[in-house]
Design a protein. Structure first.
Length: 281
């Protein structure tokens, strides 16, 4: 299979469609929680932001799908839009089920250039999902909440893995189709896309912006666990290949953040389990 070919497009679109999981959030078996578990869940500060981020993603991706002319790609992007909306519904169901303290969702305003916004969103998802995979494992291993809750949320992580694999393949396919398929040029465009998302990530860490990319990383210690940077990075690096193992080997996968974190791991290990720890938010 050649990148940028019709068979490449068919593979990344069909594998996206065929791995769709059918479920309705309100029908899922949310477990009863004891008072300590309820207090923990209510103390986690990110439910409102998570729901609002997913709502905006759903609207953005669904609106972008309507602008696409290739019916195969349009159907896949439309499916992603429905999945993002379902993520928002799942979080809202959790909020309602456990009476979590949140504000009503805000109105959503999308910028006019949906193509550019979808690309920015896609690179942001590549960064954020990598951290989300690790954070999810750390929270699960902490055993502070029932496994039934993690079972409910686990498919969201697999769906985000599907989204980012779809995105990097679509982005490469689009570059090649537009005659910008030379490898240095694609690297340049990919580097530019990541750099913009990294700026969002840095803004999120410094508190200048708390939405989109960086959302997961900046909330890494929301479960009030003592997580050293080394353990966080190690867990992300272990979780990523597990999430990625579901995809055909011919498909591209996001590699920048895993490679950067792999590089960062050795210097981090020289910094024994002393501070700095990730700060609670
Ligand atoms: Fe999502
Ligand atoms: Fe997504």
């Amino acid at each position: 299979m050649q990148l940028g070919s019709a068979s490449h497009r068919d593979l990344f679109c069909q594998s996206f469609q065929s791995s769709y999981l059918d479920y309705e959030p309100t029908q899922l078996p949310f477990p009863d929680l004891n008072p300590a578990q309820l207090a923990l869940l209510r103390g986690i500060p990110f439910w409102e932001k998570a729901r609002d981020t997913e709502r905006r993603a759903g609207q953005l991706v669904s609106s972008f799908a309507e602008t696409l002319t290739d019916p195969v790609i349009r159907e896949a992007v439309a499916l992603q839009g429905r999945e993002e909306m379902r993520h928002a519904r799942l979080i809202q169901t959790l909020i309602d089920r456990y009476d979590l303290p949140v504000n009503p969702p805000p109105d959503i305003a999308l910028p006019p250039d949906l193509d550019a916004e979808f690309i920015l969103f896609g690179f942001g998802e590549c960064l954020d999902s990598f951290f989300a995979f690790g954070l999810f494992e750390i929270a699960r291993q902490a055993d502070l909440l029932p496994e039934a809750l993690f079972t409910i949320f686990d498919p969201i992580l697999d769906e985000e893995a599907r989204h980012i694999v779809f995105f990097v393949n679509w982005f490469t396919y689009k570059q090649i189709q537009q005659g910008q398929g030379l490898l240095p040029l694609r690297w340049l465009k990919t580097g530019w896309g990541y750099s913009r998302s990294l700026q969002n990530l840095i803004s999120a860490f410094t508190g200048a912006k708390r939405n989109g990319a960086g959302f997961t990383a900046t909330n890494a210690n929301a479960f009030a666990l003592e997580i050293t940077p080394t353990r966080f990075v190690e867990t992300c690096l272990q979780a990523n290949p597990q999430r990625m193992s579901q995809f055909a080997p011919e498909l591209l996968q996001p590699v920048l953040l895993p490679q950067l974190c792999q590089l960062a791991l050795q210097p981090l290990k020289l910094w024994p389990d002393s501070p700095p720890k990730l700060k609670p938010v």
